[in-house]
Ligand binder design. Structure first.
Ligand code: ADP
Ligand code: ZN
Length: 721
């Protein structure tokens, strides 16, 4: 090769041609450094005929600078990048950037200095040094990272280094991870589990694309089953990627993994340290990392020999990314498995309707685990009709639910109250003039957080202290909280059952791995009587003493009514119900609602999952919604309202007119202001067979907009705000 076409990470240019110096060896997929003006940029050598670009004369080409010391990106990964860009109407360089997501890793191996406490105990410590000494027990990282962990300045730590309290250690950037052992602690599987595991193991050894939907009730042992597939991959020296929907779940997963395989897996998510990210990236690219557990961003990493993908809790909406490249990791995982020619397992107790449909159509092979492990039975579900069984004035828990909780407390068992609303109250208003506290940057109310005494926006992070007087009419002490959040429920429980030990489980309280681990340990040891939590506690956990689940407001998820509201409510309530009675004791679930006849609630009460899916499918078919029809959204935003509106109108003005595609809008988005940007939206509804992406590209590509305008395309959207 004497010339090379590169995919480069530049917002405007994405494809550039270069000359390959005679003494340089490159291949397709090589990651290289190239000159661009006075700068040096990173690029990936690509098949020239797969990237459009102008044919520049040889004489005008500048030479590449060097090949970076990492393995070339494999053909399956290059095809995945192309597919994702194409399907989600995203710039290909933005997708490729997700594969090279550690710039440090591209610099190659070597050593670096990390720092840790030396063990020296000085007589006297400044308060800041004392704080740092406490926080840094067992930590080892760069000065910058340690400063972040300890919450002190770099200067404090450098002072400690000079004083000998910290010491430097030289670490190999590519030091190997401990090896997972396939046979470390092999469980005895039930007959159903073994049958499922056998199928997965055969698929791993078969080395062909094979998509599975592992549909098993909560507590049936889905994890144990796919662990056997992981064991098979480890034995065959193939790599495994397990995607989890939430970082909060990884802690629990790591422990189970360690119990089964003797070591922790390799972790990947947005909050791992830069040094860990670099090490993990390099081990993934070299093939040394055996099992990677991560959030959706782990999906685009350059695995050397991927042999299995698992998407756990595959129905979770958090697999859909809603900024940058708007992709659905569940769906892209299946595509990656196809390109890599390996099996993929989507595991869930409440599969998405789309997945059910694909299983029905024979695209996915469905594997069922119909029974809970160890003879535990599914909990009994009953409805509390709030119209008939009203809570006391100013309270949110119906007498029957409170009575059941008291009974659990007397028996030394646990209760879990589920309410998917952080904070104390979702709306605060002035009793005197009716003023409502709204976010200045978003079309959203500010949520009161009573513990921190602040009003916060859950969309942009804006927050402000709760004032004494109304900012509008200046009346003192006139603010009232409307509606409940988990903090308010915690207050109510404290008043009703002062002797109960209550723990809140939300992203405000469980925001570090240590706090999550503490919470889980306390719950498992029976040191908590009542857990009050948001969707964070609906999945993954296994607390043997938990025998009562109360759903505080089952109607909450049905508000707003986007196309998946029913399904999402069903999944959430079914998942949280699945936390009850996982041990030897029977579990019970009380669902508080004002709409006992709503299809979701009725199906939950009757335990009739099939009826729910059938009704939901019917409704979606009528609406031309997925999986029967397709949706896409075009979201136009700007800090300037008129600019956003004009751009949206310009798009609307040249809309294509096609028989199988309906285009609605432009109209202000339901969240017409978000993080300081005004938003307009067009919604596109198309037949399944239509060439939706091609139409959208042909429509938008010729248009030009002012600098401040952002136009985002969302294919198969999950969020309709
Ligand atoms: P799911 O993921 O389907 O909700 P889990 O895999 O979490 O179910 O299993 C539920 C509980 O039962 C876990 O504590 C798990 O360790 C235990 N369990 C499941 N199958 C077995 C088995 N074959 N042997 C021992 N324990 C099991
Ligand atoms: Zn806001």
């Amino acid at each position: 090769m004497n010339r090379a076409r590169l995919l480069v990470f530049n917002a405007v240019l994405s494809v550039l041609d270069y000359r390959v110096p005679a003494d340089m060896e490159i291949e397709i997929g090589s990651v290289v450094l190239a000159p661009l003006g006075p700068r040096q940029i990173v690029g990936i050598v690509w098949e020239a005929d797969r990237l459009p670009g102008e044919q520049v004369a040889d004489s005008r080409l500048r030479p590449l600078i060097e090949v970076l010391p990492v393995p070339p990106l494999s053909a399956p990964l290059r095809r995945l990048i192309e597919w994702t860009a194409d399907y989600y109407c995203a710039p290909i360089q933005s997708v490729a950037r997700m594969a090279l997501s550690s710039s440090a890793a591209l610099k190659g191996g070597g050593t670096t200095s990390e720092y840790r406490l030396s063990g020296l105990e000085p007589e006297r410590l400044t308060p800041q040094r004392a704080v740092a000494m406490d926080a840094l027990q067992g930590e080892q990282a760069s000065i910058r990272e340690l400063a972040e962990i300890a919450g002190v300045s770099d200067g404090v730590l450098r002072g400690m280094l000079n004083a000998g309290i910290l010491e430097a250690v030289t670490v190999d950037l590519d030091r190997p991870y401990p090896r997972a052992r396939a046979q470390f602690a092999v469980p005895e599987l039930t007959v159903d589990q073994q049958a499922a595991a056998d199928i997965f193991v055969a698929a791993v050894n078969g080395g062909k694309f094979a998509p599975f939907l592992l549909d098993g009730v909560t507590g049936s042992g889905k994890t144990e089953c796919y662990f056997e597939a992981i064991a098979a991959a480890i034995e065959a020296d193939k790599q495994v990627l397990v995607l989890l929907p939430e970082i909060a779940l990884t802690e629990h997963f790591l422990r189970r993994f360690e119990t089964r395989f003797g070591v922790a897996p390799v972790l990947w998510h947005s909050s791992i340290k830069a040094s860990e990210r670099r090490r993990a990236w390099r081990a993934i690219a070299s093939g040394e990392a055996q099992v990677v557990v991560g959030a959706r961003s782990a999906l685009f990493l350059p695995y050397a020999r991927l042999g299995l993908l698992v998407v756990d809790e595959a129905h979770e909406v958090s697999f859909k990314q809603d900024d940058g490249v708007r992709y659905n990791a569940r769906d892209v995982a299946v595509i990656r498995a196809r390109f890599e020619a390996c099996p993929v397992i989507l595991a869930s107790a409440t599969p998405a309707l789309e997945s059910m449909q694909l299983a029905e159509a024979g695209v996915y092979r469905k594997i069922d685990l119909p029974a809970r492990f160890g003879g535990a039975t599914l909990p009994e579900i009953s409805i509390v009709n709030l119209c008939k069984e009203e809570p006391e004035r100013g309270r949110w828990l119906a007498p029957r639910l409170v009575a059941e909780m008291r009974e659990r407390l007397a028996r030394g068992e646990q209760s879990l109250l589920f309410l998917n609303r952080r904070g104390y109250a979702p709306l605060t208003l002035c009793r005197h003039c009716g003023y409502r506290f709204q976010c200045p940057n978003c079309s959203a109310w500010l949520v009161e957080h009573r513990f921190s005494q602040r009003l916060a926006c859950h969309h942009c992070g804006h927050d402000t202290p709760v004032p004494n007087a109304c900012p509008e009419c200046a009346t003192q002490d006139c603010l009232v909280a409307c509606g409940p959040g988990v903090e308010r429920i915690a207050d109510e429980v404290a008043e009703l059952m002062p002797e109960a030990r209550v723990a809140m489980a939300t992203s405000d309280t469980l925001n570090t791995p240590e706090r999550i681990a503490d919470f889980v340990a306390m719950a498992e040891e029976g040191l908590i009587d009542v857990i009050i939590g948001t969707q964070l506690v609906t999945k993954g956990y296994h607390f043997p003493e938990l025998t009562l689940v109360g759903v505080v407001d089952a109607d909450l998820g049905l508000e707003g009514g986007d196309l998946r509201a029913g399904e999402r409510s069903y999944q959430q309530i079914a998942q949280v119900a699945g936390r009850a009675g996982r041990g030897a004791k029977q579990g019970e679930v009380l669902i508080q609602t004002r709409h006992p006849d709503a299809p979701v609630i009725a199906a939950l009460a009757a335990g009739d999952r099939d009826a729910f899916y059938a009704a939901e499918a019917e409704a979606r078919r009528d609406a031309g919604a997925p999986p029967f029809g397709r949706w896409a959204a075009i979201i136009v935003s700007s800090e300037d309202e008129a600019e956003a509106r004009d751009a949206a109108r310009a798009i609307g003005g040249v809309r294509p007119r096609l028989p199988d595609i309906a285009i609605h809008g432009p109209a202000p988005a339901p969240m017409s202001l978000l993080r300081g940007r005004y938003r307009y939206r067009l919604l596109i509804n198309a037949r399944r067979s239509s060439e939706l992406q091609r139409v959208i590209r042909g429509w938008l590509d010729p248009l030009r907009f002012p600098q401040g305008v952002r136009v985002a395309v969302d294919i198969d959207p999950y969020s309709f705000v």
